[in-house]
Ligand binder design. Sequence first.
Ligand code: UDX
Length: 428
Amino acid sequence: MKVAVIGTGYVGLTTAVSLAMNGHQVIGIDLVEAKIVKLRQGISPIYEPGLEEALKQVLENGTLAFSTKLQEAADADVFFVCVGTPEAADGTADLRYLYSAVAAIEQMHQASPKRRVVVVKSTVPVGTGDKVAELLSGCRELSVASNPEFLREGSALYDALAPSRIVIGAGEPETREVMEELYKGVDAPRVVTTRANAELIKYASNAFLATRISFMNELARLSAALGTDIVTIAHGMGLDSRIGPEFLRAGVGYGGSCFPKDTIALLQLAAQNGISLGILEQVRKVNATQPVWFLQQLQPFVPDCRGKRIAVLGLAFKPDTDDIREAPSLAVLQALEEKGAAVFAYDPIATDAVRQKFPNVTYTKTAEEAVQGAHAALLITEWKECVQLDWEQVYQKMAQPVLLDGRNAWPAKIVKEAGFRYVGVGKS
Ligand code: UDX
């Protein structure tokens, strides 16, 4: 099929590349000229494992092209809208990019009408797809589908090629058929439903995942007080098939572009409908206080941080990405600076973005360099480079062998045997 993907950000680019890999003829559209120039050369503006190689391949095969002009996509059958829906000042999703993309499609369609499907892939509040359909109701041959994505950063391309499920929200049978055709050959369960249901599936999924994390983080606080081990507890819980083992990892809090933004948007949506989602409110509160609680564990070892060197290992919101949006590392750096600590931070790829926000932090080239002379080392992101360390060397380098493991990823037994004072999150 001929497909246009509007917006070449995280979701758009991954969608465009995966559809092109699956044999569709795809054109990616973005207003930012500089981005399009780079993409045409096979340069990905985001770091995502495997994405750039795949991009180069589909460019070479000629199944993917890029343009700043929507008119160049006029012969497409399907228009994916993958623009950003950032958090507005009041916490609701800001839909201005979405509506301007829809207006552009409408204009193009009026100039050359034919049967087309507009697919909203951006995460949007429930009712947006219906509103888009209403806006486009004057264009008889245009129909609207909601098709949320469930991509995880760091494995986005894999998730796009082998999705856990394909959710299709569309009323008319012809629209559903087009969507089925688009995903023909992709082996994943389908949920074919209304647009509103599809939209809520997306928010509900992210809110539930965030809930699991905050539940475990709060339980980790209890576990720390009781002297129990949250990792063993999570393992024991996860063996119950009704619970499952995923997303039970206690840590320094969740971050990223989705959970923080989508949980607040869902709360706002509920409030607008007179519903209070009390559990979700607590989920956000626990997440906001988790870095603070984590840093309190430093107190017995470094009662006064002033002038003390503290190593912060990992800055990205999770490994395998350079994304620092809502990363817990930012709250940790902020608090350490307020306490007057001399912070030495390391991340394999995310330092540039953090440097702009925290120019007074010293950024090192290796984890070993960061721990040099440190009174404590904090693990914030479980990058391989931050987890697999030469413990003997680290022990020699530190001014005080104190490890605060914000991801329960360091080998507790080994480091304790090596002489370190070790504290994890709900695990000692
Ligand atoms: C998430 C959803 O997983 C994805 O389906 C959706 O489309 C977008 O949002 P992403 O933000 O890329 O994906 O990252 P994810 O792997 O879900 O992790 C989010 C945050 O939760 C990270 O900061 C991670 O460190 C944290 N996390 C995850 C935990 O603290 N504990 C866990 O057990 C799992």
